[in-house]
Write a protein that binds this ligand. Structure first.
Ligand SMILES: Cc1cc2nc3c(=O)[nH]c(=O)nc-3n(C[C@H](O)[C@H](O)[C@H](O)COP(=O)(O)OP(=O)(O)OC[C@H]3O[C@@H](n4cnc5c(N)ncnc54)[C@H](O)[C@@H]3O)c2cc1C
Length: 505
C-alpha cells in the first residue's frame, strides 16, 4: 500500500470530498480517510427494509447558472452526474393562528404574504429589499478579484452600505426593525431551524446570503438522494488517481514540531485494527475542528487552540425516519415540507425557548420525499422524516434501555402531533427509526452532534469564521466549521476554497 501522498483528507463529508476532488483533478496525489464504510458524512442515505432513508438533505439553495455551486460542479465535472429536482414549496407553515405556503417562486410567496398581511405590505417590501441588498452585495464582493477587493475596502460603506452596517446584526433585530406583525415574523422565520435555534443570535449577513439564494433561485433536491452527490465526488477522486480509505479513523496528526507530516489511523472493525501511518505535507481536516485540535501535538496547535477556545458549536437535529405505505398526498397533504409550530405564545421572542421545550411542544419539520420526484421512494410508497432541534444533554447519562425507551417515546409523541395536522398519517406508517444528536455525534464525529459547524452568530460568522488555512503549518480545513459555514452550499464552497488555498501555496 502506498503511504506517501501530496494531501491527506480526514473525513469524507461534502467539504472533504469537494476539496479532494478538486485537488485530485489538479494532479495531486490525494488520500481521503473516512471512519465509516460509506463516504458522504451527513450527505448520505441508509437502507432499511425496502426504504432508502435520506439522512440530511431537505433543501439545497439556489442551483442555477451563475450560482457558485453550479460553477464548482461544472469545474469538477459532476454537473452531468447529478440531477437536481426543484421543490415547489419552500415550506408550508402551520401554527395555532395561521397556515401559509411559502412557495419557492418568490414573487408568488411575496404576493400571498402581502395579501394576508395588507397592513405590512410596505414593510414586507423593505424587509426583503434589505435582505437582497445584503445577499447580492456579498455575492458581488465575492466575485471581485482579490486585488481589487483590497483596494475597494475603504469604499465598501458606500458601495455595499447594508453589508457594512449590518455586520454585527442578527436576523431577530432586522425583522423587529422592519416588521410589526408578530404572526408574520414567525412565518418569515419558519425555516430558522436550517441555521440556528435563536433568531437573536443568528447573523443577519449569513442568513441573508443563504435566504437570498433560496428566494431568488429556489430550493432543490438531488434526485436519488444526497448520497448521489457524495458518490459523484468520490468517483471523480478515484478517476484522478485519488484513494478513499473507508472504515479507518484518524487518531493522530503527526508533525516534526514545526509542521504536519502525516497521520496515524486505525481500522474500525470488531477486532482492534493495527495502527497505519500515512505521510503528506498537507493535511485537510473535514472532521470537526474541535476534534482535530486534540489530534495534534499540543505546542504546534497552541495558536489554533486559543483561536477556537471560546467558539460555540451549532445545534444538532433529531430525525424520526418514516417508511410510509403511500405518499401523504393520499391523505390530502399537498406539500413537500410542512413546518409545524403548534405551541402556545408563539412569537420570534419565544422561538428559542420553544425549541428547548419537551417534544410534545417543540416545533418540527415534516418532509415527505414522495411529494417530489426524489427518486428515493419505493414504488407506490413513500419515505418521510420528522426533524426537530435536538440537544445532547437530553440524551446523555441514559442506560441503553433508557435511551431506547426515550427514542420510542419521542417518536410516538412527534407522530401523534403530526396526526393532528395530517389525519391518517399513523395508518400509513410502516417503519420507524430515530436518529438523535447522539447518533449525529457518533456518525459525524462532531461535538454534541452539531450539524452546522460553529454556530453562525455575528461573532462567529463571515469575517470572524475560521479560515481554510490554519495557523498550524500544512493543516487546512474544509468543513462546516470553517468559512463560510454549514449546510450543503456552505460546505461545498468551504471544500472548494480549501483546495484553492492549498493549490496557491
Ligand atoms: C438531519 C440533518 C438535516 C440537514 N438538512 C440540511 C438541508 O436540508 N440543507 C442543507 O443545506 N444542509 C442540511 N444539513 C447540514 C449539512 O448536511 C451539513 O452541514 C454538511 O453536510 C456538513 O458537511 P461537512 O463537510 O462539514 O462534513 P460532515 O458531514 O460533518 O462529515 C464529516 C465526516 O468526517 C468523518 N470523520 C470525523 N472524524 C474522523 C476521523 N477522526 N477519522 C476519519 N473520519 C472522520 C465523519 O465520519 C464524517 O463522514 C442537515 C444536516 C443534518 C444532520
Amino acid at each position: 500500500m502506498t503511504t506517501n501522498f501530496d494531501i491527506i483528507v480526514i473525513g469524507s463529508g461534502l467539504g472533504g470530498l469537494v476539496a479532494a476532488a478538486k485537488l485530485a483533478r489538479s494532479g495531486k496525489k490525494v488520500m481521503v480517510i473516512e471512519q465509516h464504510n460509506i463516504p458522504g458524512g451527513a450527505a448520505t442515505s441508509f437502507k432499511r427494509e425496502e426504504y432508502k432513508f435520506e439522512v440530511s438533505l431537505h433543501a439545497m439553495d439556489g442551483l442555477k447558472d451563475g450560482d457558485s455551486k453550479y460553477k464548482i460542479f461544472e469545474d469538477l465535472g459532476i454537473n452531468k452526474s447529478i440531477n437536481l429536482i426543484p421543490e415547489e414549496d419552500l415550506y408550508h407553515h402551520i401554527d395555532k393562528k395561521n397556515s401559509f405556503t411559502f412557495w419557492s417562486e418568490f414573487d408568488k410567496a411575496k404576493y400571498d404574504l402581502s395579501n394576508k398581511f395588507p397592513n405590512e405590505k410596505a414593510h414586507i417590501e423593505k424587509y426583503f429589499e434589505t435582505i437582497f441588498s445584503i445577499g447580492d452585495g456579498i455575492s458581488k464582493i465575492g466575485k471581485l478579484n482579490p486585488f481589487l477587493r483590497i483596494i475597494l475596502v475603504p469604499l465598501f460603506p458606500f458601495l455595499y452600505p447594508n453589508v457594512v452596517k449590518n455586520m454585527k446584526k442578527t436576523i431577530g433585530e432586522h425583522i423587529d426593525k422592519y416588521i410589526d406583525n408578530e404572526e408574520l415574523k414567525v412565518i418569515l422565520l419558519s425555516n430558522l431551524m436550517y441555521y440556528h435555534d435563536d433568531p437573536y443570535k443568528l447573523s443577519l449577513i449569513f442568513y441573508a446570503i443563504a435566504q437570498t439564494s433560496y428566494y431568488k433561485k429556489g430550493a432543490w433536491y438531488i434526485k436519488g438522494g444526497s448520497q448521489k452527490l457524495s458518490e459523484a465526488l468520490s468517483d471523480i477522486i478515484r478517476a484522478h488517481g485519488g484513494e478513499i480509505l473507508l472504515s479507518h479513523r484518524v487518531e493522530e496528526i503527526l508533525s516534526d514540531g514545526k509542521k504536519v507530516t502525516g497521520i496515524h489511523c486505525k481500522q474500525i472493525s470488531e477486532r482492534e485494527g493495527s495502527l497505519l501511518t500515512f505521510h503528506a505535507p498537507v493535511i485537510i481536516a473535514n472532521a470537526a475542528i474541535p476534534s482535530v485540535v486534540k489530534m495534534i501535538d499540543g505546542k504546534l496547535a497552541e495558536r489554533l487552540r486559543k483561536k477556537i477556545l471560546n467558539l460555540q458549536p451549532s445545534n444538532s437535529l433529531l430525525n424520526v425516519f418514516l417508511g410510509l405505505k403511500a405518499p401523504t398526498s393520499s391523505i390530502g397533504n399537498a406539500f413537500y415540507s410542512l413546518h409545524v409550530f403548534d405551541n402556545d405564545d408563539l412569537t420570534i421572542k419565544t422561538l428559542n425557548s420553544s425549541f428547548h421545550k419537551d417534544f410534545d411542544e417543540r416545533p418540527f419539520i415534516f418532509v415527505d420525499y414522495g411529494n417530489i420526484d426524489s427518486g428515493i421512494v419505493p414504488e407506490g410508497k413513500s419515505q418521510a422524516v420528522i426533524c426537530t432541534m435536538d440537544y445532547i444533554d437530553e440524551w446523555n447519562n441514559l442506560s441503553r434501555e433508557e435511551y431506547r425507551q426515550r427514542k420510542e417515546h419521542v417518536a410516538r409523541t412527534l407522530i401523534e402531533r403530526l396526526e393532528k395536522h395530517l389525519p391518517g398519517i399513523q395508518d400509513l406508517i410502516d417503519y420507524v427509526e430515530v436518529g438523535t444528536s447522539k447518533t449525529m455525534e457518533r456518525y459525524l464525529g462532531t461535538p454534541g452532534g452539531a450539524v452546522y459547524g460553529y454556530a453562525q452568530s455575528p461573532e462567529q460568522a463571515i469575517l470572524k469564521r475560521i479560515k481554510q488555512k490554519s495557523p498550524v503549518p500544512g493543516l487546512y480545513f474544509a468543513s462546516a466549521w470553517t468559512f463560510p459555514g454549514g449546510g450543503f452550499s456552505g460546505t461545498i464552497l468551504a471544500g472548494y476554497l480549501c483546495a484553492l488555498s492549498v493549490l496557491k501555496t
